[in-house]
Design a binder for this molecule. Structure first.
Ligand code: ADP
Ligand code: 5SP
Length: 495
């Protein structure tokens, strides 16, 4: 048995997988709170992730109806970029500032300038620093909370922190490290010169975790934690990775030719590449994959976070919201939404706010506003897909994951807006499945087992989720997408 854990923005999910029989035996999740401020602050207490991990783990084991001592390895996936700064005792010196925190946009702009703009960033890092990456969070802590900054002994990412709690080891791997902003994504190595600009008082050899190879274990579960979770001795913990990297594994997107699109709190689109990628657009992140190779990716910050805001505003449950969306026509009778309620990363507008435009007395209905926000979030992903250019140009299928992928209306909308067939894996939390597969790949590293074989066995596509683009709707959406692009240009100068 293998366990996959995905510590997302809104919850931690755990999946129990029987790799030998190719079956998913049990799943469970526990929610996290998000601490938000008007200034773009978005933080979480790492202790909540641990509590959610334990709760979801024990429930998933119970649902799977297995003895936890049958577990051989655990893989952990985590929301990318979050700053987990620990003191010498391994205690956070400050709450984790998350990927969606935009409070540090001034520090990010200053860092980009010091690195020599986009060209300098690409030269030193293989990607362009964006607000949300870990680098500006450290610079911000240094400027605003120098006492906490001075106590930093280790800098981890969310999935590294869970691995640290499980094993006691301070380690990371290239996939998640790619999103720090002090890692050279082409060389798959820390970039000490850049780190020195961000945190001149900290010694990178001391505070940055050791980099693991993709198949190398982080360690084994410590005795005390094993007792709490009911595990046997010597349970292996894989290197794990960023949620998008493990989501790629969990959707079978581990070699060329596929596109993974996630409708989570964030929206992401990525495609595997065996070589490092520098796209025409600075918004495409040349991240590493967590199984070797690269995973160029675009990320939008307002997907289910945006639809949830509007849903809650109208006091609707998920079914009621979907019903409203389905009842309104394509284009929401002229209502267009730029859903940048949390600022935005792609397009690069960290300080932006959201817009509903085209409202008139007759079209200002719940149905149109619900539809417009879902369309706006999906248009943002189409914009990102276009930025990926040749990497996704010939894609014949989108593998869809994340909470929003459970919605048939949204799946069809993605197919009609991108013009590409959409299908979901049977498990919507592909990152948790990817983490379990990586755990099996790691634990079986002395055998011939390949990751391709594990994906073939476990990544089962749900035929019932298939959504094919409809030519007429594709045309209708094209007109509305151009309206969205016009608004983007008018409001934010984005061409
Ligand atoms: N059927 C559905 N339709 C639309 N949104 C949904 C549906 N089911 C779940 N969601 C949304 O998915 C989100 C959680 O997605 P998830 O991928 O787990 O996020 P994260 O990994 O960022 O924590 C929640 O906001 C939830 O409202
Ligand atoms: O910042 C990024 C990718 O660069 C986000 O995709 C985070 O990794 C959060 O993911 P979710 O919680 O939305 O799954």
């Amino acid at each position: 048995m293998y366990i996959g854990v995905d510590c997302g923005t809104q919850s931690t999910k755990v999946v129990v997988v029987d790799v030998e029989r190719g079956r998913i035996l049990g799943e469970a999740s526990r929610a996290h709170r998000l601490d938000e401020g008007v200034d773009g602050r978005r933080e979480q207490a790492p202790a909540e992730w641990l509590a959610a991990f334990k709760g979801a783990f024990l429930e998933a084991i119970e649902r799977a109806d297995i003895d936890a001592r049958a577990v051989r390895a655990i893989g952990v996936s985590g929301q990318q970029h979050g700053m987990v700064a620990l003191d010498a005792d391994g205690v956070p010196v400050y709450p984790a500032k998350l990927w969606c925190d935009t409070e540090t946009s001034a520090e990010n702009a200053a860092l980009v300038e010091r690195l020599g703009g986009e060209v300098g960033c690409l030269d030193k890092l293989g990607l362009v620093l964006q607000t949300g990456y870990t680098a500006s969070k450290i610079a911000w802590l240094r400027a605003h909370h120098p006492d906490a900054y001075r106590r930093i002994a280790t800098l981890l990412l969310p999935h590294d922190y869970l691995n640290f709690w499980l094993t006691g080891e301070r380690v990371t791997e290239a996939g998640d490290a790619s999103g720090t902003g002090y890692f050279d994504t082409r060389a798959r190595a820390w970039q000490p010169e850049v780190f020195g600009l961000i945190a001149p008082e900290l010694d990178p050899d001391r505070v940055l975790p050791r980099l693991l190879e993709p198949r190398e274990p982080a360690g084994t579960v410590r005795a005390r934690i094993a007792r709490e979770l009911g595990l046997g001795d010597g349970v292996v913990v894989a290197s794990g990775g960023g949620d998008n990297m493990l989501g790629a594994i969990g959707t079978g997107n581990i070699t060329n030719g596929l596109v993974t699109l996630s409708l989570g709190t964030s929206g992401t689109v990525c495609a595997y590449s065996p070589t490092p990628v520098v796209c025409d657009s600075a918004m495409v992140a040349n991240f590493c994959a967590s199984h070797g190779g690269w995973l160029p990716l675009i990320c939008t910050m307002n997907v289910t976070s945006a639809t949830t805001r509007v849903r809650e505003l109208f006091g609707l449950d998920i079914a009621g919201f979907s019903e409203r969306v389905a009842s309104a026509p394509i284009g929401a009778e002229g209502v267009t939404c730029l859903p940048f309620f949390n600022g935005e990363r792609v397009p690069m507008l960290p300080g932006a706010s959201g817009d509903f435009s085209g409202l008139t007395s007759p079209n200002m209905t719940q149905a149109n506003l619900c539809r417009a926000v879902m369309e706006g979030a999906t248009f943002g992903l189409r914009y990102g897909l276009e930025l990926l250019g040749d990497l996704t140009a010939g894609a014949r299928q989108v593998r869809l994951s994340g909470g929003g992928a459970k919605s048939p209306v949204w799946r069809q909308m993605v197919a009609d807006i991108t013009g590409i067939e959409v299908i979901c894996p049977e498990i919507t939390d592909a990152a948790a499945l990817g983490a379990a597969l990586q755990a099996a790949w790691c634990e079986q590293r002395d055998q011939d087992t390949t990751l391709e074989e594990l994906c073939r066995r476990l990544v089962q596509l749900d035929a019932g989720s298939l959504a094919e683009p409809d030519a007429r709707r594709v045309d209708d959406f094209e007109v509305v997408y151009q309206r969205y692009r016009r608004l983007l240009r008018e409001r934010h100068g984005v061409t």
